[in-house]
Design a protein around this ligand. Structure first.
Ligand code: F6P
Length: 491
């Protein structure tokens, strides 16, 4: 963190993301500050605190929940005030077309390949272009020099890099794509595939979580654009710009000793959970913590719980699964019907295997704050991360960071980017119910010594490859490019 702080001194850093790191909402007379459920925010926020600068985002606490004095510029985090949050207010029509429409009904299913058909509407595309342009204008307005470092986050802003490049040709633009990049055939169905690729190639550096996603991107450009690709250096030259395509596996901020010393003990967390669910202390509990999203494999988890209880009935009454599902994009039909289905399947399993005082599945469809989630991780025997496809997934890293007692088992989907870094987890194919049910049984019967061995190794990995390393590597690559450009300008 210190290194990052030192490295960035003198350079202006501007972050652009759709989701804002803090939501100011009015509750009666008071303004409360909330943190959204977002992997992106979890990762980028600590980096921003180290770098200072300006974070431009869509003001999601707008509308009837109106924010602090309607201000579009606030210093955050509250009480510490380490950087500026600059909000852009979108109209309901802009939000509908750009965010719900093109980003989440088009690009989200297109890139995740989770068997949900992407929807491409001309009007959404127009809104997406228009909102990207608004954010480009905001970046230009915030820039204090000709060459700021701009960190563009995610699939909401595929067109932004080229738009910024046009107005600030000397800016260093680091774009990070937080979700998977599919193969050229899958991506090719997008009617605006060339425009999207051209927009992204305005970046100085384009980052993905894994080498595999980089390779897919290089092949996609090769298929659809007239560009020069140098595989040896992983660069793409298109028109006047050269972009480095690199893998930067994202991570979390590793908790400091002071933070850990303030956490309630594992046994206190466990006692609290057991009391809340009215369960005996030796009951086995598996948890899942996700946005309520069809890519997360929540249905597959439920099927596996059902299958496990069917196959191994001795666990009926002795095992429960707790799913925290933070409501997300709920106005979209695909999400609504998915969420209804999960409620129905939960009710069916509870009816089939539950009895008075015992429910095998507890579905908590609500937003949990960071502390509550941390306590849940500490209380659980098992954490289930069964994404059907995920760029990285940070829940698995947060679970590991929460377990300083080196106990607890992680079940992790092979289709999450994190599986490459965390082979000590029980790696599963979530589409295979039988395999997932058996992994569940294995996890609740795993001896403490084996849990310790696996957990200690996982903790070492996440502690070392933390979020500062993610940002540090990207910014170091950017630093080298800036230096080279300065030297070339002198010649
Ligand atoms: O990590 C993928 C991601 O889409 C982020 O871009 C986003 O912050 C997070 O999931 C939550 O989604 P949303 O911002 O749409 O609530």
């Amino acid at each position: 963190r210190q290194l990052l702080h030192t490295r960035m001194r003198g350079d202006q850093v501007i972050v652009v993301s759709n989701r804002e790191p803090y939501i100011h909402e009015k509750e009666g007379e008071h303004v409360v500050v909330k943190r959204p459920a977002s992997g992106l925010v979890t990762a980028v926020e600590p980096v921003m605190r180290a770098c200072s600068g300006t974070w431009i985002a869509h003001g999601s606490g707008s509308g009837d929940k109106l924010v602090v004095d309607s201000r579009d510029r606030v210093r955050v985090p509250p009480g510490k005030e380490e950087y500026t949050l600059r909000r852009l207010w979108l109209t309901p029509e802009e939000e509908q077309g750009y965010y719900y429409g093109f980003a989440n009904e088009g690009l989200w299913p297109l890139c995740h390949v989770a068997h949900v058909r992407p929807v491409f509407r001309e009007s959404d595309w127009e809104a997406y272009k228009h909102v990207n342009q608004r954010f480009a204008d905001a970046v230009v307005a915030e820039a204090r020099s000709e060459d700021p470092i701009v960190l563009v986050q995610d699939y909401h802003f595929a067109l932004l890099p080229a738009m910024i490049r046009k107005r600030l040709p000397r800016a260093t633009i680091l774009t990070f794509w937080h979700i998977p990049w599919p193969n050229p055939e899958s991506f090719g169905i997008c009617p605006w595939r060339r425009e999207i690729l051209q927009g992204m190639l305005g970046s100085t550096i384009l980052g993905f979580h894994t080498r595999y996603h980089c390779k897919n991107f290089l092949e996609t450009v090769d298929r659809y654009l007239e560009a020069r690709i140098e595989h040896e250096h992983s660069t793409i030259s298109f028109q006047q710009d050269t972009t480095l395509i690199e893998a930067y596996p994202i991570s979390i901020e590793w908790p400091t000793d002071t933070m850990v010393s303030r956490w309630p003990s594992v046994s206190a967390c466990r006692a609290k959970l057991m009391e809340r669910l009215d369960l005996p202390h030796d009951h086995k509990v598996a948890v899942g913590v996700d946005r309520f999203d069809y890519t997360k494999g929540i249905l597959e988890r439920l099927h596996a719980v059902e299958r496990m209880l069917e196959k191994y009935p001795e666990w009926i009454g002795r095992f429960s699964f707790v799913q925290v599902a933070a409501p997300s994009r709920s106005s979209l039909e695909e999400y609504k019907s998915f969420q209804d289905r999960i409620h129905r399947v939960t009710a069916r399993i509870n009816e089939r295997f539950g009895h008075a005082g015992y429910a095998p599945v507890h579905l908590l469809a609500q937003h949990f704050g960071h502390e509550a989630v941390n306590e849940l991780y500490r209380a659980a025997d098992v954490c289930l991360v069964t994404s059907l496809h995920d760029g990285m997934n940070l829940v698995c890293k947060e679970f590991v960071a929460a377990r300083d007692d080196e106990q607890g088992v992680l079940i992790l989907s092979r289709f999450a980017g994190a599986a490459r870094e965390m082979p000590e987890a029980l790696i599963v194919n979530p589409y295979h119910v039988e395999e997932l049910a058996d992994a569940l049984l294995r996890s609740i019967t795993m001896p403490p010594a084996e849990q310790r061995e696996r957990m200690a190794s996982l903790r070492m990995t996440v502690r070392e490859f933390n979020v500062y390393r993610w940002a540090g590597r990207m910014l170091a690559d950017a630093g080298r490019t800036r230096l080279r450009e300065r030297i070339e300008a002198r010649v």
